[in-house]
Design a protein around this ligand. Structure first.
Ligand code: EPU
Length: 332
Protein backbone atom coordinates (compact mmCIF):
# COMPACT_ATOMS: atom_id res chain seq x y z
CA UNK A 1 0.00 0.00 0.00
CA UNK A 2 1.24 3.52 -0.71
CA UNK A 3 -0.05 6.59 1.09
CA UNK A 4 0.81 10.26 0.51
CA UNK A 5 -0.40 13.48 2.11
CA UNK A 6 -0.87 16.79 0.25
CA UNK A 7 -0.39 14.95 -3.02
CA UNK A 8 -0.28 16.39 -6.56
CA UNK A 9 -2.83 14.78 -8.89
CA UNK A 10 -1.09 16.06 -12.03
CA UNK A 11 0.04 12.53 -12.94
CA UNK A 12 -3.46 11.15 -12.26
CA UNK A 13 -5.53 13.14 -14.74
CA UNK A 14 -4.85 13.01 -18.46
CA UNK A 15 -6.15 16.59 -18.82
CA UNK A 16 -2.97 17.69 -17.05
CA UNK A 17 -4.73 19.90 -14.49
CA UNK A 18 -2.73 20.87 -11.38
CA UNK A 19 -4.85 19.91 -8.40
CA UNK A 20 -3.93 18.41 -5.05
CA UNK A 21 -5.51 15.80 -2.82
CA UNK A 22 -5.31 16.03 0.97
CA UNK A 23 -4.44 12.33 0.94
CA UNK A 24 -3.81 9.68 -1.74
CA UNK A 25 -3.84 5.93 -1.05
CA UNK A 26 -3.14 3.13 -3.50
CA UNK A 27 -3.93 -0.50 -2.59
CA UNK A 28 -2.97 -3.76 -4.27
CA UNK A 29 -5.48 -6.26 -2.86
CA UNK A 30 -8.98 -6.52 -1.41
CA UNK A 31 -7.35 -7.17 1.99
CA UNK A 32 -5.48 -3.85 1.81
CA UNK A 33 -8.68 -2.10 0.78
CA UNK A 34 -10.45 -3.63 3.80
CA UNK A 35 -7.71 -2.24 6.09
CA UNK A 36 -8.07 1.23 4.55
CA UNK A 37 -11.85 1.20 5.01
CA UNK A 38 -11.58 -0.01 8.62
CA UNK A 39 -9.27 2.88 9.55
CA UNK A 40 -11.03 5.60 7.53
CA UNK A 41 -12.88 8.24 9.62
CA UNK A 42 -16.57 8.11 8.69
CA UNK A 43 -16.67 11.83 7.81
CA UNK A 44 -13.76 11.59 5.32
CA UNK A 45 -14.68 12.56 1.76
CA UNK A 46 -13.63 9.81 -0.64
CA UNK A 47 -12.98 9.74 -4.35
CA UNK A 48 -12.03 6.55 -6.14
CA UNK A 49 -10.15 7.09 -9.38
CA UNK A 50 -8.89 4.84 -12.15
CA UNK A 51 -6.49 6.02 -14.85
CA UNK A 52 -7.83 9.60 -14.58
CA UNK A 53 -8.67 9.69 -18.28
CA UNK A 54 -12.23 10.88 -17.82
CA UNK A 55 -11.86 13.43 -15.02
CA UNK A 56 -11.70 17.19 -14.73
CA UNK A 57 -10.55 18.42 -11.31
CA UNK A 58 -12.19 21.79 -10.78
CA UNK A 59 -10.37 22.47 -7.49
CA UNK A 60 -8.12 20.79 -4.92
CA UNK A 61 -9.70 17.69 -3.37
CA UNK A 62 -10.14 18.04 0.40
CA UNK A 63 -10.36 14.33 1.08
CA UNK A 64 -8.81 10.98 0.27
CA UNK A 65 -8.28 9.82 -3.28
CA UNK A 66 -8.22 6.03 -3.60
CA UNK A 67 -6.65 4.11 -6.44
CA UNK A 68 -6.62 0.38 -7.12
CA UNK A 69 -3.42 -1.34 -8.20
CA UNK A 70 -5.08 -4.79 -8.18
CA UNK A 71 -3.57 -6.66 -11.14
CA UNK A 72 -3.94 -10.07 -12.72
CA UNK A 73 -5.83 -11.99 -15.38
CA UNK A 74 -7.25 -15.36 -14.35
CA UNK A 75 -9.35 -17.85 -16.34
CA UNK A 76 -12.31 -18.74 -14.14
CA UNK A 77 -14.22 -20.94 -16.59
CA UNK A 78 -14.06 -22.05 -20.20
CA UNK A 79 -15.66 -24.37 -22.72
CA UNK A 80 -15.02 -24.93 -26.41
CA UNK A 81 -16.70 -21.62 -27.34
CA UNK A 82 -15.81 -19.10 -24.69
CA UNK A 83 -13.53 -18.19 -21.85
CA UNK A 84 -14.43 -16.25 -18.70
CA UNK A 85 -11.54 -14.08 -17.55
CA UNK A 86 -11.43 -12.27 -14.20
CA UNK A 87 -9.25 -9.19 -14.35
CA UNK A 88 -7.93 -6.93 -11.57
CA UNK A 89 -9.53 -3.47 -11.59
CA UNK A 90 -6.17 -1.70 -11.55
CA UNK A 91 -4.89 -3.31 -14.71
CA UNK A 92 -4.34 -0.94 -17.63
CA UNK A 93 -7.29 -1.58 -19.97
CA UNK A 94 -5.28 -1.79 -23.18
CA UNK A 95 -2.85 -4.29 -21.66
CA UNK A 96 -5.84 -6.56 -21.08
CA UNK A 97 -7.05 -6.01 -24.67
CA UNK A 98 -3.57 -6.76 -26.04
CA UNK A 99 -3.46 -9.98 -23.97
CA UNK A 100 -6.92 -11.11 -25.15
CA UNK A 101 -6.08 -10.43 -28.80
CA UNK A 102 -2.75 -12.23 -28.51
CA UNK A 103 -4.59 -15.27 -27.08
CA UNK A 104 -7.05 -15.14 -30.00
CA UNK A 105 -10.03 -14.37 -27.73
CA UNK A 106 -12.56 -12.06 -29.35
CA UNK A 107 -14.85 -9.41 -27.85
CA UNK A 108 -12.68 -6.48 -26.76
CA UNK A 109 -10.53 -5.83 -29.86
CA UNK A 110 -12.78 -2.91 -30.93
CA UNK A 111 -12.02 -1.30 -27.58
CA UNK A 112 -8.28 -1.17 -28.31
CA UNK A 113 -6.26 1.78 -27.03
CA UNK A 114 -9.04 3.26 -24.90
CA UNK A 115 -7.16 4.91 -22.05
CA UNK A 116 -7.87 4.02 -18.44
CA UNK A 117 -8.11 0.91 -16.32
CA UNK A 118 -10.26 -2.23 -16.10
CA UNK A 119 -12.35 -0.96 -13.16
CA UNK A 120 -13.43 2.09 -15.16
CA UNK A 121 -14.55 -0.08 -18.07
CA UNK A 122 -17.33 -1.34 -15.79
CA UNK A 123 -18.22 2.09 -14.35
CA UNK A 124 -18.19 4.03 -17.60
CA UNK A 125 -19.35 1.25 -19.95
CA UNK A 126 -16.57 2.30 -22.30
CA UNK A 127 -17.43 1.97 -25.96
CA UNK A 128 -16.00 2.40 -29.43
CA UNK A 129 -16.49 1.12 -32.97
CA UNK A 130 -19.84 -0.55 -32.33
CA UNK A 131 -18.86 -2.40 -29.13
CA UNK A 132 -19.44 -1.52 -25.48
CA UNK A 133 -17.92 -3.07 -22.36
CA UNK A 134 -21.41 -4.22 -21.31
CA UNK A 135 -21.44 -6.62 -24.27
CA UNK A 136 -18.70 -8.74 -22.65
CA UNK A 137 -18.97 -8.04 -18.90
CA UNK A 138 -20.55 -10.90 -16.95
CA UNK A 139 -19.75 -10.04 -13.33
CA UNK A 140 -18.45 -7.00 -11.44
CA UNK A 141 -16.97 -7.49 -7.96
CA UNK A 142 -17.09 -4.39 -5.80
CA UNK A 143 -16.60 -3.32 -2.19
CA UNK A 144 -18.82 -0.74 -0.53
CA UNK A 145 -16.50 2.04 0.57
CA UNK A 146 -18.34 2.92 3.82
CA UNK A 147 -19.06 -0.59 5.13
CA UNK A 148 -16.34 -2.69 3.49
CA UNK A 149 -19.01 -5.19 2.45
CA UNK A 150 -18.32 -6.99 -0.83
CA UNK A 151 -21.05 -7.36 -3.43
CA UNK A 152 -21.15 -9.25 -6.71
CA UNK A 153 -23.11 -7.53 -9.48
CA UNK A 154 -24.36 -9.54 -12.44
CA UNK A 155 -24.41 -7.73 -15.77
CA UNK A 156 -28.15 -6.96 -15.55
CA UNK A 157 -27.77 -5.40 -12.09
CA UNK A 158 -25.27 -2.87 -13.47
CA UNK A 159 -28.05 -1.05 -15.43
CA UNK A 160 -25.83 -0.50 -18.42
CA UNK A 161 -26.67 2.05 -21.11
CA UNK A 162 -24.60 4.31 -23.38
CA UNK A 163 -21.70 5.51 -21.16
CA UNK A 164 -23.91 4.81 -18.12
CA UNK A 165 -24.09 2.29 -15.29
CA UNK A 166 -25.44 1.96 -11.76
CA UNK A 167 -21.93 2.95 -10.57
CA UNK A 168 -22.32 6.37 -12.25
CA UNK A 169 -25.91 6.88 -11.09
CA UNK A 170 -27.74 5.29 -8.12
CA UNK A 171 -24.51 3.99 -6.56
CA UNK A 172 -22.24 6.84 -7.65
CA UNK A 173 -19.09 6.89 -5.52
CA UNK A 174 -20.39 4.17 -3.21
CA UNK A 175 -18.35 1.19 -4.40
CA UNK A 176 -14.76 0.38 -5.34
CA UNK A 177 -14.62 -2.14 -8.15
CA UNK A 178 -12.02 -4.81 -7.45
CA UNK A 179 -12.42 -7.35 -10.28
CA UNK A 180 -14.32 -7.52 -13.56
CA UNK A 181 -15.11 -10.77 -15.37
CA UNK A 182 -15.47 -10.74 -19.15
CA UNK A 183 -16.81 -13.41 -21.49
CA UNK A 184 -14.56 -13.67 -24.57
CA UNK A 185 -15.10 -15.83 -27.61
CA UNK A 186 -12.76 -18.56 -28.81
CA UNK A 187 -14.34 -18.26 -32.27
CA UNK A 188 -14.33 -14.50 -32.74
CA UNK A 189 -16.90 -12.91 -35.05
CA UNK A 190 -15.56 -9.55 -36.18
CA UNK A 191 -17.74 -6.48 -35.58
CA UNK A 192 -17.04 -4.11 -38.48
CA UNK A 193 -20.45 -2.39 -38.26
CA UNK A 194 -19.13 1.04 -37.33
CA UNK A 195 -18.84 3.54 -40.21
CA UNK A 196 -15.08 4.00 -40.36
CA UNK A 197 -14.26 0.30 -39.94
CA UNK A 198 -16.66 -0.93 -42.62
CA UNK A 199 -15.02 1.42 -45.16
CA UNK A 200 -11.49 -0.02 -44.71
CA UNK A 201 -9.94 -1.46 -47.86
CA UNK A 202 -8.95 -4.22 -47.42
CA UNK A 203 -11.26 -5.04 -44.53
CA UNK A 204 -9.53 -6.34 -41.40
CA UNK A 205 -9.80 -10.16 -41.37
CA UNK A 206 -8.64 -11.11 -37.85
CA UNK A 207 -9.01 -9.63 -34.37
CA UNK A 208 -5.32 -8.67 -34.51
CA UNK A 209 -5.99 -6.71 -37.72
CA UNK A 210 -9.06 -5.06 -36.18
CA UNK A 211 -6.93 -4.03 -33.21
CA UNK A 212 -4.22 -2.60 -35.46
CA UNK A 213 -6.75 -0.71 -37.62
CA UNK A 214 -8.33 0.83 -34.54
CA UNK A 215 -4.97 1.74 -33.04
CA UNK A 216 -4.04 3.50 -36.30
CA UNK A 217 -7.41 5.31 -36.48
CA UNK A 218 -7.29 6.45 -32.86
CA UNK A 219 -3.69 7.60 -33.18
CA UNK A 220 -4.62 9.65 -36.25
CA UNK A 221 -7.68 11.33 -34.68
CA UNK A 222 -7.18 11.49 -30.95
CA UNK A 223 -4.42 13.46 -29.24
CA UNK A 224 -1.88 11.63 -27.08
CA UNK A 225 -2.47 12.89 -23.51
CA UNK A 226 1.28 12.78 -22.88
CA UNK A 227 1.68 15.42 -25.57
CA UNK A 228 -1.61 17.35 -25.33
CA UNK A 229 -3.72 17.00 -22.18
CA UNK A 230 -7.24 15.72 -22.87
CA UNK A 231 -9.88 13.31 -21.60
CA UNK A 232 -11.00 11.72 -24.87
CA UNK A 233 -14.53 12.65 -25.93
CA UNK A 234 -15.49 15.59 -23.74
CA UNK A 235 -19.20 15.36 -24.62
CA UNK A 236 -21.64 12.49 -25.06
CA UNK A 237 -23.38 12.12 -28.40
CA UNK A 238 -26.98 13.33 -27.89
CA UNK A 239 -29.95 11.12 -28.69
CA UNK A 240 -32.79 13.23 -30.08
CA UNK A 241 -36.41 12.41 -30.96
CA UNK A 242 -36.91 11.51 -34.63
CA UNK A 243 -38.85 14.80 -35.31
CA UNK A 244 -35.89 16.84 -34.09
CA UNK A 245 -33.49 14.80 -36.23
CA UNK A 246 -35.70 15.27 -39.32
CA UNK A 247 -35.92 19.01 -38.73
CA UNK A 248 -32.11 19.31 -38.60
CA UNK A 249 -31.60 16.91 -41.51
CA UNK A 250 -33.65 19.22 -43.80
CA UNK A 251 -30.93 21.86 -43.44
CA UNK A 252 -28.00 19.41 -43.22
CA UNK A 253 -28.71 16.43 -45.49
CA UNK A 254 -25.13 15.12 -45.06
CA UNK A 255 -25.33 14.99 -41.27
CA UNK A 256 -23.98 11.66 -39.91
CA UNK A 257 -26.38 9.81 -37.57
CA UNK A 258 -27.08 6.45 -35.95
CA UNK A 259 -30.55 5.01 -35.35
CA UNK A 260 -30.86 3.88 -31.73
CA UNK A 261 -33.86 2.37 -29.90
CA UNK A 262 -34.95 5.65 -28.26
CA UNK A 263 -34.38 8.04 -31.17
CA UNK A 264 -31.48 9.14 -33.34
CA UNK A 265 -27.92 9.66 -32.13
CA UNK A 266 -26.13 12.63 -33.69
CA UNK A 267 -22.34 12.94 -33.30
CA UNK A 268 -21.69 15.93 -31.04
CA UNK A 269 -18.25 16.26 -32.70
CA UNK A 270 -19.94 16.93 -36.04
CA UNK A 271 -22.20 19.62 -34.52
CA UNK A 272 -19.27 21.31 -32.76
CA UNK A 273 -17.33 21.17 -36.04
CA UNK A 274 -20.30 22.77 -37.87
CA UNK A 275 -20.27 25.57 -35.29
CA UNK A 276 -16.72 26.33 -36.44
CA UNK A 277 -15.00 25.32 -33.22
CA UNK A 278 -12.60 22.68 -34.57
CA UNK A 279 -8.99 23.76 -33.98
CA UNK A 280 -10.11 26.95 -32.16
CA UNK A 281 -9.39 27.89 -28.56
CA UNK A 282 -10.43 30.14 -25.70
CA UNK A 283 -7.40 30.99 -23.62
CA UNK A 284 -5.37 27.83 -23.09
CA UNK A 285 -8.34 25.49 -23.58
CA UNK A 286 -8.78 24.27 -27.15
CA UNK A 287 -10.86 22.09 -29.45
CA UNK A 288 -8.77 19.35 -31.07
CA UNK A 289 -8.08 20.04 -34.75
CA UNK A 290 -8.76 16.45 -35.88
CA UNK A 291 -11.81 15.60 -33.71
CA UNK A 292 -14.01 18.40 -32.37
CA UNK A 293 -15.47 16.19 -29.63
CA UNK A 294 -12.16 16.35 -27.77
CA UNK A 295 -11.20 19.40 -25.70
CA UNK A 296 -7.48 19.84 -25.12
CA UNK A 297 -5.23 21.57 -22.63
CA UNK A 298 -2.93 23.66 -24.81
CA UNK A 299 -0.52 23.96 -21.88
CA UNK A 300 -1.20 25.10 -18.33
CA UNK A 301 -4.96 25.51 -18.82
CA UNK A 302 -7.00 25.92 -15.65
CA UNK A 303 -10.21 23.98 -15.12
CA UNK A 304 -12.06 27.34 -15.32
CA UNK A 305 -10.75 27.85 -18.86
CA UNK A 306 -11.94 24.37 -19.86
CA UNK A 307 -15.35 24.91 -18.25
CA UNK A 308 -15.76 28.27 -20.03
CA UNK A 309 -14.94 26.62 -23.37
CA UNK A 310 -17.35 23.76 -22.58
CA UNK A 311 -20.18 26.17 -21.71
CA UNK A 312 -19.57 28.32 -24.77
CA UNK A 313 -19.65 25.28 -27.07
CA UNK A 314 -22.87 23.98 -25.45
CA UNK A 315 -24.51 27.39 -25.97
CA UNK A 316 -23.41 27.55 -29.62
CA UNK A 317 -24.67 24.02 -30.38
CA UNK A 318 -27.98 24.85 -28.68
CA UNK A 319 -28.31 28.07 -30.70
CA UNK A 320 -27.45 26.45 -34.06
CA UNK A 321 -29.23 23.09 -33.76
CA UNK A 322 -31.63 23.48 -30.81
CA UNK A 323 -29.97 20.41 -29.20
CA UNK A 324 -28.48 20.21 -25.69
CA UNK A 325 -25.16 18.40 -25.38
CA UNK A 326 -23.69 17.26 -22.09
CA UNK A 327 -20.17 16.47 -20.88
CA UNK A 328 -19.10 12.85 -20.70
CA UNK A 329 -16.17 13.86 -18.52
CA UNK A 330 -16.77 13.79 -14.75
CA UNK A 331 -16.28 17.15 -13.03
CA UNK A 332 -14.73 16.71 -9.56
N1 EPU B 1 -17.23 14.34 -37.13
C1 EPU B 1 -17.05 15.54 -37.78
N2 EPU B 1 -16.17 16.44 -37.23
C2 EPU B 1 -15.49 16.17 -36.08
C3 EPU B 1 -15.71 14.96 -35.40
C4 EPU B 1 -16.59 14.04 -35.96
O1 EPU B 1 -17.63 15.80 -38.81
O2 EPU B 1 -14.72 17.04 -35.65
C5 EPU B 1 -18.11 13.34 -37.74
C6 EPU B 1 -17.28 12.18 -38.33
O3 EPU B 1 -16.89 12.46 -39.66
C7 EPU B 1 -18.23 11.01 -38.27
C8 EPU B 1 -19.05 11.31 -37.02
O4 EPU B 1 -18.92 12.71 -36.75
O5 EPU B 1 -19.10 11.01 -39.37
C9 EPU B 1 -18.62 10.47 -35.83
O6 EPU B 1 -17.23 10.71 -35.53
P1 EPU B 1 -16.28 9.56 -34.91
O7 EPU B 1 -16.34 8.34 -35.74
O8 EPU B 1 -14.95 10.17 -34.68
O9 EPU B 1 -16.98 9.17 -33.54
P2 EPU B 1 -17.66 10.02 -32.39
O10 EPU B 1 -19.12 9.75 -32.39
O11 EPU B 1 -17.24 11.45 -32.49
C10 EPU B 1 -17.53 8.11 -30.62
C11 EPU B 1 -17.03 7.91 -29.22
C12 EPU B 1 -15.52 7.75 -29.18
C13 EPU B 1 -15.17 6.54 -30.02
C14 EPU B 1 -15.71 6.76 -31.46
C15 EPU B 1 -15.52 5.55 -32.33
C16 EPU B 1 -18.61 9.08 -27.76
C17 EPU B 1 -18.84 10.22 -26.84
N3 EPU B 1 -17.43 9.04 -28.37
O12 EPU B 1 -17.00 9.34 -31.09
O13 EPU B 1 -15.14 7.49 -27.84
O14 EPU B 1 -13.78 6.33 -30.06
O15 EPU B 1 -17.13 7.01 -31.41
O16 EPU B 1 -16.40 4.55 -31.91
O17 EPU B 1 -19.50 8.22 -27.90
C18 EPU B 1 -14.35 8.50 -25.81
O18 EPU B 1 -15.42 8.15 -25.30
O19 EPU B 1 -13.48 9.12 -25.16
C19 EPU B 1 -14.14 8.24 -27.24
C20 EPU B 1 -13.06 8.69 -27.87
Amino acid sequence: MVRYQDYSLLGHNTFGISAKAKQYIEYSSEAELADIIREMPSEEILLHIGGGSNLLFTSDFEGTVLHSAIQGIEIVDEDENAVLVRVGAGMVWDEFVAYAVQKGWGGVENLSLIPGEVGASAVQNIGAYGVEAKDVITVVEAVELRSGVKRIFGNAECNYAYRQSIFKNALKGAYAITYVTYRLSKHPVLNLSYGGLSKCNPLPATIAEVRQTIIDTRNAKLPDPKVLGNAGSFFMNPVVPREVFERIQKDYPDMPFYDVPDGVKIPAGWMIDQCGWKGKHLGRAGVHDKQALVLVNLGGATSDEIITLCETICRDVQAKFGVSIHPEVNFI
